[in-house]
Design a protein around this ligand. Structure first.
Ligand code: UTP
Length: 276
């Protein structure tokens, strides 16, 4: 039912300079796989096959990554190294990719609105690839959310508890608990101070959005940091209807920060070593 997944990937990634000066943050590898590929694999596992990527200047490496490289493939044909490309080949055989450019970086809400041309009038998922979500079971975070969407048919944001001294980095929600892992949201504040935060439940980079969000975003004025905030648009959706916060099962690494990136790398390297 949900087929499309939007990847806003036009941000500057300033926390990773100078690495991100000419390379997209989403192409930074966790061990040997770029962040965006983890995100696409999670979407594919959730049954989504149309990948819609919002890019920006200097981000062409993502398009090349999800395309064939005839020279390279010819070079390694028949060698053991062919196995390294099996994952990406599977993706290319089972997904389509479309791209649009965000010309001015006016925030996540604006990036999502820029993706409207690729999404159209249907519910869709959003993955921020720099939030790497790993699970121990076979059911990825987006899969868990798609299942929930089938039941509730409204926008859903993934949430997790964060320490109070970190709430200023996130959109923070509060609401009525309708299941031990689901909140019906009634308050949402973008990057609040510890005093202003309505709770320590932070929104992380996984969303299911209903398409009315585009009209709301079109009329959303810039908020915190002068950017068009998806949180403000979701708050309007919540006040007019229903938005759920879902405490997902799994572990999230904030790979947009050096600390989270190193943690994710160590975690994935350890898992790979254990599989050997
Ligand atoms: P971030 O807040 O992580 O911003 O954006 P950033 O620019 O990528 O990184 P820093 O803070 O400068 O290090 C969250 C997500 O929204 C996308 C980013 O690419 C990232 O996936 N984004 C943000 C856009 O696509 N466009 C924007 O204008 C802003």
């Amino acid at each position: 039912m949900i087929k499309k997944c939007l990847f806003p990937a036009a941000g500057y990634g300033t926390r990773f300079l100078p690495a991100t000066k000419s390379m997209p943050k989403e192409m930074l590898p966790i061990v040997n796989k770029p962040l965006i590929q983890y995100g696409v694999e999670e979407a594919l596992e959730a049954g989504l096959s149309d990948m819609a990527i919002v890019t920006g200047r200097g981000k062409r490496a993502m398009e090349d990554h999800f395309d064939v490289n005839y020279e390279l493939e010819h070079q390694i044909k028949g060698s053991d190294k062919e196995t390294y490309l099996e994952g990406i080949r599977y993706i290319m055989d089972n997904c389509t990719f479309s791209y649009t450019r965000q010309v001015e970086m006016k925030g996540l809400g604006h990036a999502i609105l820029t993706g409207e041309t690729l999404i159209g009038d249907e519910p869709f998922a959003v993955v921020l690839a720099d939030d790497l979500c790993l699970v121990e079971s076979d059911v990825g975070v987006l899969s868990q959310m798609v299942k929930l969407y089938k039941q509730f048919r409204c926008s859903i944001v993934a949430i997790e508890e964060v320490p109070m001294d970190e709430v200023h980095k996130y959109g923070v929600i509060s609401g009525e608990m309708i299941r031990d892992d689901i909140y019906q949201i009634n308050t949402m504040v973008e990057k609040p101070s510890t005093e202003e935060a309505p709770s320590n439940l932070a929104i992380i980079g996984r969303y299911i959005l209903t398409p009315d969000i585009f009209d709301i975003l079109r009329n959303t004025t810039p908020g915190v940091g002068g950017e068009i905030q998806i949180t403000d648009a979701l708050m309007q959706q919540a006040s007019e209807g229903c938005v759920l916060g879902y405490k997902f099962k799994g572990r999230r690494f904030d790979c947009g920060s050096v600390h989270g990136f190193v943690e994710a790398t160590n975690h994935c390297f350890k898992s790979l070593e254990e599989q050997r």
